[in-house]
Ligand binder design. Structure first.
Ligand code: GLN
Length: 269
């Protein structure tokens, strides 16, 4: 019985907030079905083996998104690998704010530390005629971005290239620069549950967590066109610190996420 199979698997996932749902989703993956709620037939032996292997991984704590190799963000699907963070719902607040505040026609966007590409690709999808340069230090993240641009049909409006924002210079003339850079303090990173499976390179913002913001504040200011917008995701306690790094900009506003924590800064040149 499918129900029994799912219930037994769910028992192994008791640490999860949604054990039965996790099991259902993994069974759907093993059986190559779209909707886990509509599985009535038994899996065959190959599918059962695949299912058991997924459940074993999940039981070890591997996030569902990494087992599935993808995550939904802004209603779009994004492929992931071990060098990309899992897109967070809070990061949707950053994307939504940029869409809301964008006054440009066909803006030329730069996404720094773009990871899976979820921010830049969503912006291109939701802002008419926008184009975006997606840049990351990780070649492996760039592979995921390439796939994601294709999957979301924006290959012709995105360019992907390697950029180490800490050492490389950026071209001038962007209307919007967005970034969700690594911002966790180095000593906190190992204490975070997420650091067990998610890439530390994408989390570690240096001893005070502000290394990337210090560099981005300067380089983005120089690279933005007049009236251009810098939009950053920040840690819940970094609003004041990052604001004080953005003194050159004419206006700087901090916005909250769904949990009422400071999460987004928008600065206008
Ligand atoms: N928001 C992420 C977390 O919860 C951190 C993302 C980042 O460092 N850019 O771990």
């Amino acid at each position: 019985m499918v129900r029994e199979l799912l219930n037994n698997a769910a028992k192994k996932l008791s640490f999860s907030e949604t054990p039965l749902l996790d099991a259902r989703i993994l069974l759907a993956k093993a059986m190559n079905k779209e909707n886990a709620a509509l599985i009535f037939e038994e899996p065959d032996d190959v599918q059962k083996d695949a299912f058991n292997a997924y459940i074993e991984q999940r039981a070890k704590g591997v996030p569902l998104a990494y087992i599935l190799g993808e995550k939904e963000f802004m209603g779009l699907s994004f492929k992931l690998n071990e060098d990309t963070l899992i897109p967070r719902p809070d990061t949707e607040c950053l994307v939504e704010k940029v869409i809301e505040k964008c006054t440009f026609h066909a803006p030329n966007i730069l996404d720094l530390c773009s990871g899976s590409g979820c921010i830049g690709i969503s912006l291109v999808k939701f802002i008419d005629n926008a184009t975006c340069d997606l840049t990351d230090i990780s070649e492996n993240a760039m592979k995921a971005e390439k796939e994601n641009a294709k999957l979301n049909h924006v290959e012709n409006r995105t360019k992907i290239f390697r950029l180490d924002i800490l050492t490389d210079e950026i071209e001038k003339g962007y209307d919007i620069i967005v970034s969700n850079p690594p911002y966790i303090r180095s000593n906190i990173v190992p204490t975070l549950e997420v650091s067990e499976y998610e890439p530390c390179l994408a989390l570690d913002g240096g001893s005070d967590g502000l290394d990337f913001y210090r560099v981005i504040a300067k380089k983005a200011y120089n690279a933005l066109s007049e009236g251009g917008m810098l939009a950053l995701e920040i840690g819940y306690d970094q609003g004041e610190d990052v604001k004080s790094l953005l003194k050159d900009f004419t206006s700087v506003e901090v916005y909250k996420d769904y949990g009422q924590n400071d999460r987004v800064i928008i600065a206008i040149k």
